[in-house]
Design a protein around this ligand. Structure first.
Ligand SMILES: Cc1cc2nc3c(=O)[nH]c(=O)nc-3n(C[C@H](O)[C@H](O)[C@H](O)COP(=O)(O)OP(=O)(O)OC[C@H]3O[C@@H](n4cnc5c(N)ncnc54)[C@H](O)[C@@H]3O)c2cc1C
Length: 394
C-alpha cells in the first residue's frame, strides 16, 4: 500500500503538469500511466502552445529546451480565394505570441523534471480502479507492469486519463451532464520530412476542403487535409496527398510552392466537441481530455489541459496550506468558464474553415463572408488573435 497526497491517473500533459505544479508547492503525488514511457514520449499530437502555457512552463523551470527549440510565431495566415491574409497575432494582442513545440516534447520535459526531482511515475500499469471518492480517503487500485496488485491511499484523486480513461466513468450515473457535437468531417494528418514552406501556420479554406500547413521543426512539416469522416486512409497514396495539399493551398499568382518529402506518419482523426459537467465529484477532480474535447482547428486541447491543472494545483495548495476548500469548491466553475470560451472559439474556427459536404451554398457564402470580415476588420481580427494566443490565465 502506497500513501501519497494526490493520486494522479494519466501521464499526459494534464497529469504530468499537475504533478509538477504540486511539487512546487511541496505536495506529493504519484502518477499512474497505462502506457510505457517511450510510447508517451513519442506520441504525436498537439504542437501549438499558447503564450501563457509557455510562460507557465518557463516560470516553473521546464522551459529551457522549449526556449531553445520552440519556434515562436508572431502571426498566422488565413488563405482563401487563392489569396493569403496575415493575422499579426502579436500586434493585435499587445505582444502575445504562440510557440510551436510538439506535445511529445512537453511530455518528455515534464517526465524528466519529475523524475529528476524524485517524483514517482508508474508506467505500464493496468486495471486502474477508483474507490471511495465520496469519502475523504479515496483509493486507487491497479496492477504494476510486473502484474503485482497495488493500492494507493490519498486525499484527492486527479483523473487526467484522457478521453478513454476510467476516472469519469467512476462518477455515479446521473451526476454528470454531457454536451457533444460531432462534425461531419475528419482530418487526414501527415508528418513529413520536409522543410516548412512558410514561416507561419497557414489555415486554408478551399472549395475542395480545408487544409492546414504547420510544422514541428525547421526540417519537419505537419500537414492536414479535411476528408469525410469515413475516409479510407489506404485510398491516399503519397502522390495523392501532396497533390491535394498543393491544389488546396495554391495561390492565384502561382508563386506558392509546397516543399515535399518522405511522409513519416499519417492518420485520420475525427473532429469532436465534448464537455462533461461538473469537473468534480467528491474527492475526484477531472482535468484535460478526461472531461472535455475540442476539435483541433483552434489548437487548444493541450493548452486547456494545462489551464485546468493550474487551477487545480492552486486549489490544492490552498487546501494543504490552510485547510480551506474554497478554491477546490470553485474548481469546476472556474475551469468551465474557460472551457466554454475555448469550445466556442474551436467550433467557430472549425465552422469557418471547413467545407460542408451537404451542398449548402448558403453556409458556404456565410463562411466566405466571415473570412472576409476577419481579414478586413481589426476588431474581428483581434477576436481571432486573442483567442488563438490564449486569453490570459487570470
Ligand atoms: C490523434 C490526436 C491528435 C491531436 N492533435 C491535436 C492538435 O493538433 N492540436 C491540439 O491542440 N490538440 C490535439 N489533440 C488534443 C491534445 O493532444 C489533447 O487535448 C491533450 O493530449 C490532452 O492532454 P491530457 O493530459 O488531458 O490527455 P492525454 O494526453 O490523452 O493523456 C491521458 C493519459 O492517460 C493515460 N491513460 C488513459 N487511460 C488510463 C488508465 N486507465 N490508467 C492509466 N493511464 C491511463 C493515457 O495513456 C495518456 O497518457 C490531439 C489529440 C489526439 C488524440
Amino acid at each position: 500500500m502506497i500513501r501519497t497526497q494526490v493520486g494522479i491517473v494519466g501521464a499526459g500533459p494534464a497529469g504530468l503538469m499537475l504533478s509538477h505544479l504540486l511539487a512546487q508547492h511541496g505536495i506529493e503525488s504519484v502518477v499512474l500511466e497505462a502506457r510505457a514511457r517511450e510510447y508517451v514520449e513519442k506520441r504525436l499530437r498537439a504542437g501549438v502552445l499558447e503564450y501563457d502555457t509557455v510562460n507557465l512552463l518557463t516560470e516553473t523551470g521546464v522551459g529551457e529546451r522549449l526556449a531553445r527549440e520552440g519556434l515562436v510565431h508572431r502571426g498566422l495566415e488565413l488563405r482563401y480565394g487563392g489569396q493569403g491574409h496575415r493575422i499579426a497575432l502579436d500586434e493585435l494582442t499587445g505582444g502575445r505570441t504562440i510557440t510551436v513545440y510538439g506535445q511529445q516534447e512537453v511530455v518528455k520535459d515534464l517526465i524528466a523534471a519529475r523524475l529528476a526531482a524524485g517524483g514517482t511515475i508508474e508506467f505500464e500499469v493496468s486495471d486502474v480502479d477508483v474507490h471511495d471518492i465520496d469519502t475523504d480517503a479515496p483509493r486507487l487500485t491497479y496492477r504494476t507492469g510486473a502484474g503485482t496488485a497495488e493500492e494507493i491511499r490519498c486525499d484527492v484523486i486527479a483523473g487526467c486519463d484522457g478521453s478513454h480513461g476510467v476516472c469519469r466513468d467512476a462518477i455515479p450515473a446521473g451526476v454528470l451532464t454531457a454536451y457533444e457535437k460531432v462534425y461531419p468531417f475528419a482530418w487526414l494528418g501527415v508528418l513529413a520530412q520536409a522543410p516548412p514552406s512558410s514561416e507561419e501556420l497557414i489555415y486554408t479554406f478551399h472549395e475542395r476542403g480545408f487544409a492546414l500547413h504547420s510544422m514541428r521543426s525547421p526540417s519537419v512539416t505537419r500537414l492536414y487535409l479535411q476528408v469525410p469522416p469515413e475516409e479510407d486512409l489506404g485510398a491516399w497514396s503519397d502522390d495523392r496527398i501532396w497533390s491535394e495539399l498543393s491544389t488546396r493551398m495554391s495561390t492565384s499568382d502561382g508563386e506558392w510552392k509546397l516543399a515535399e518529402g518522405p511522409i513519416l506518419e499519417r492518420g485520420i482523426t475525427g473532429l469532436r466537441s465534448f464537455v462533461s459537467e461538473p469537473m468534480r465529484y467528491g474527492r475526484l477532480f477531472l482535468a484535460g481530455d478526461a472531461t472535455h474535447i475540442v476539435p483541433a482547428t483552434g489548437a487548444k486541447g493541450l493548452n486547456l489541459a494545462v489551464a485546468d491543472v493550474r487551477v487545480l494545483a492552486r486549489g490544492l495548495a490552498e487546501f494543504y496550506a490552510s485547510g480551506s476548500t474554497a478554491r477546490l469548491d470553485s474548481y469546476s466553475a472556474t475551469c468551465l468558464r474557460r472551457v466554454w470560451r475555448v469550445q466556442h472559439f474551436s467550433w467557430w474556427m472549425t465552422s469557418m474553415l471547413h467545407r460542408a459536404y451537404d451542398g449548402d451554398e448558403f453556409g458556404e457564402r456565410l463562411r466566405l463572408s466571415q473570412l472576409d470580415y476577419v481579414t478586413s476588420s481589426r476588431a474581428a481580427a483581434v477576436t481571432l488573435a486573442e483567442n488563438y494566443v490564449g486569453l490570459p490565465f487570470d
